[in-house]
Design a protein around this ligand. Structure first.
Ligand SMILES: Cc1ncc(COP(=O)(O)O)c(C=O)c1O
Length: 400
């Protein structure tokens, strides 16, 4: 008898797991490029800068010095110390290296934290629109979803009153992200203080995703991590991807209560074991070395923002706030008459501009597009010209 055909059967939670649709758009853009089209890439969320030279040199040196073996699961002491010093300085609170857990990228701190905390039916509060992995992981773990709508009128800040109303005895985790992807909004000191007071009356933990913390154009970064009484229930997630243009190195960290750090370290022992050793030594060089490349990169993002957002505002049907941080513009496109997804697809296929539909970040992103400013000023301007010409063609076609 011939063997029965094998049927792949995935575990049920896989039905909840999503992806970042920037990778889908990138894939389609590459297909169009293979057909000879030129596409301007404004879909990608990674700095268009090289990793600073001294960081690369530190990795080469570390490899030659034998940093090519396993490290402790929580990370090399040298990097945990450097991170503790850095976070203590940036957040003006004492940090012990034992509270630092090194991981391969920003994302794993989110993954490990949620895996270690969330049980089926627990409630997770997160921003909508927001980084899609928050919702994807919450669904994967069977959590009850409690998205908080970000509103343009509030500068895309979470309305703390809405979070207060959403808090319940089942709230297990509140995810914050400031500066925020995709909107560029930031929490104010008052937001952070009010939220800290509200959370103190619950059993919830907080994960504050601060991967864009160094990329701030206006005002100051305020973190709930620095608020009195919050340390015992807060996980600070950060990494090297954005600040040091190190997306491909996969290096990040979490700072969390000591007991929780031990739990997360056990999770790591069951998955990646540790983060690449020479990469960790490059991280030490990044934090301890010259910070001028970070400042130069942020200055360039600011220049692009200042020059491009006014031009985006001149596109018919577009209305765009100045992002306060991160490197995205998030224009409202409702007045164009297109849905966000339609406009994303047609700009890619017909205008050769790859942008992301706001709905890639949740239903709250309907009516918006995300443009990444991680491309040269020349290319971003060319993209805006192409969109202007395309919108003009739609208008004249409509008149015919
Ligand atoms: C808000 C936010 N958090 C986390 C990450 C993940 O960072 P990493 O690439 O270091 O995993 C990103 C990347 O785009 C992000 O935008």
């Amino acid at each position: 008898m011939p063997p029965a055909a094998f049927a792949l059967r995935l575990a049920a939670p896989m039905r909840g797991i999503g992806i970042e649709s920037s990778f889908d758009v990138l894939h389609r853009a590459r297909q169009l490029e293979a057909q000879g089209r030129t596409i301007i890439h404004l879909e990608i969320g990674e700095p268009d800068f090289a990793t600073p030279e001294h960081i690369q040199e530190a990795a080469y040196r570390a490899m030659r010095d034998g940093y090519t073996h396993y490290t402790p699961s929580a990370g090399l002491p040298a990097l945990r110390e450097a991170v503790a010093e850095h976070v203590a300085r940036s957040h003006r609170v004492p940090v012990d290296p034992e509270e630092v857990v090194i991981v391969p990228g920003g994302k794993p701190t989110l993954f490990n934290t949620m895996l270690a905390l969330i049980e089926r039916g627990d409630e997770v509060i997160y921003p909508d629109p927001g980084f899609p992995i928050y919702e994807s992981m919450a669904k994967f773990l069977g959590a009850a979803l409690r998205p908080i709508r970000l509103r343009e009128e509030l500068g895309f800040r979470m309305d703390i009153g809405e979070i207060e109303a959403a808090l319940s005895p089942r709230t297990r985790l509140i995810i914050l992200n400031s500066p925020h992807n995709p909107t560029g909004g930031m929490m104010t000191r008052e937001d952070v203080q009010r939220l800290a007071r509200a959370v103190a009356a619950t059993d919830a933990m907080v994960l504050t995703d601060e991967i864009y913390q160094r990329i701030v154009f206006e005002g100051a970064h305020h973190s709930i991590f620095s608020e009195p009484g919050m340390r015992e229930r807060t996980v600070l997630m950060d990494g090297f991807s954005k600040a040091y243009a190190m997306t491909g190195w996969r290096l990040g960290y979490g700072v969390m209560p000591r007991e929780f750090a031990k739990a997360v370290t056990r999770v790591i022992g069951n998955s990646t074991s540790c983060t690449a050793a020479f990469t960790q030594m490059a991280g030490v060089a990044a934090l301890r070395g010259d910070q001028a490349p970070v400042a130069r990169m942020v200055a360039e993002f600011r220049r692009r923002r200042d020059l491009c957002v006014p031009r985006i505002n001149q596109l018919p049907g577009f209305r765009c706030r100045m992002p306060q941080g991160a490197f995205y513009a998030f224009p409202n496109i409702e007045a164009t008459g297109f849905t966000a997804r339609e406009l994303q697809d047609r700009l890619l296929e017909e205008a050769g501009v790859a942008a992301l539909s706001g709905t890639a970040f949740g239903p709250g992103g309907e009516g918006y597009l995300r443009f990444s400013l991680a491309n040269s000023l020349e290319n971003i301007n060319e993209a805006i010209d192409r969109i202007a010409a395309w919108l003009d063609r739609q208008r004249t076609a409509g008149q015919r």
